[in-house]
Design a protein around this ligand. Structure first.
Ligand SMILES: [Fe+2]
Ligand SMILES: [Fe+2]
Length: 260
């Protein structure tokens, strides 16, 4: 794994590689002025691509540019959305127009997609609450893991058994102060300080957290890749994050504190 000061912020980085298989982080915007950083990922399995939370209109040109370094857009066969938020999925109509991809999103959000300009649902595959799988033509099988109420009520992670990377969407999000962003978590205790505010306010409660952690306990997790903030780059840091999350009081656990 590269050191943070070697990371190519604009072009992105390959997080895992084995032969013609790659799990790729697609870079950040050049400007770093305290905006919520959004991570997008591409899984390339031979000549077949999967995009994870490719995001909204304003990041579209960068994502198209960085994806095209690795694979032609017409080879993007699937796009996975963890949930319905605009930073995750508001570019859906653009992606449907430039790729032949099928879209995978919780069944609860299908009828809301019209508000992002999607009226034809032939390429939209609803994910049932209990989760599901996605297979590539080489036979690799990815799991949609239920993560409901963390924060969205219809929410999923994606586990990749090849790279052993768990893509968690908003779970594990961090918000960097201006001009202090970094890609890989190397000091977990200081990283907690920029994660805890979001997790306490956005996640529903510890019951939902425990249900999720029970679901992911059967996976061998070597890396956790969230949609905002930094990546937990190895098994040890991923375990620290899971331990921290398991004890978190959030949402309705601290409802009186939130109401003030
Ligand atoms: Fe969200
Ligand atoms: Fe998000």
């Amino acid at each position: 794994m590269k050191h943070n000061n070697e990371v190519d912020i604009l072009k992105g980085e390959v997080l895992f590689e084995d032969g013609n298989y790659q799990f790729i982080w697609l870079g950040w915007e050049e400007r770093d002025e305290g905006l919520v950083q959004v991570n997008q990922y591409l899984i390339k399995d031979g000549d077949e691509g999967i995009l994870l939370d490719p995001g909204g209109v304003h990041v579209f040109p960068r994502i198209v540019g960085n994806v095209s370094r690795y694979i032609d857009l017409d080879k993007i066969k699937n796009i996975f959305f963890t949930h319905q938020d605009p930073d995750v999925s508001s570019g859906i109509a653009l992606w449907l127009s430039v790729t032949p991809a099928k879209i995978h999103i919780s069944k609860w959000w299908i009828r809301f997609l019209a508000h992002f300009g999607v009226f034809d649902h032939k390429r939209v595959m609803p994910i049932e609450d209990k989760g599901g799988t996605l297979s590539t033509s080489s036979g690799k099988r990815f799991e949609f893991v239920p993560a409901h109420f963390l924060h969205s009520p219809g929410n999923f992670s994606l586990y990749d058994p090849k790279s052993k990377i768990l893509f968690t969407g908003d779970i594990g999000a961090a918000i960097f102060p201006a001009n202090q962003r970094y890609l890989f978590v190397d000091d977990f205790n200081s990283h907690v300080k920029i994660m805890e505010g979001f997790h306490q306010r956005f996640l529903a409660n510890n019951i939902a957290v425990k249900a999720y952690l029970n679901k992911i306990s059967r996976f061998d997790i070597q890396m956790i890749a969230p949609q905002h903030g930094a990546i937990f780059p190895d098994q040890d840091t991923s375990k620290k994050f899971i331990n921290w999350l398991s004890g978190l009081k959030c949402g309705s656990d601290i409802i009186n504190q939130i109401y003030g």
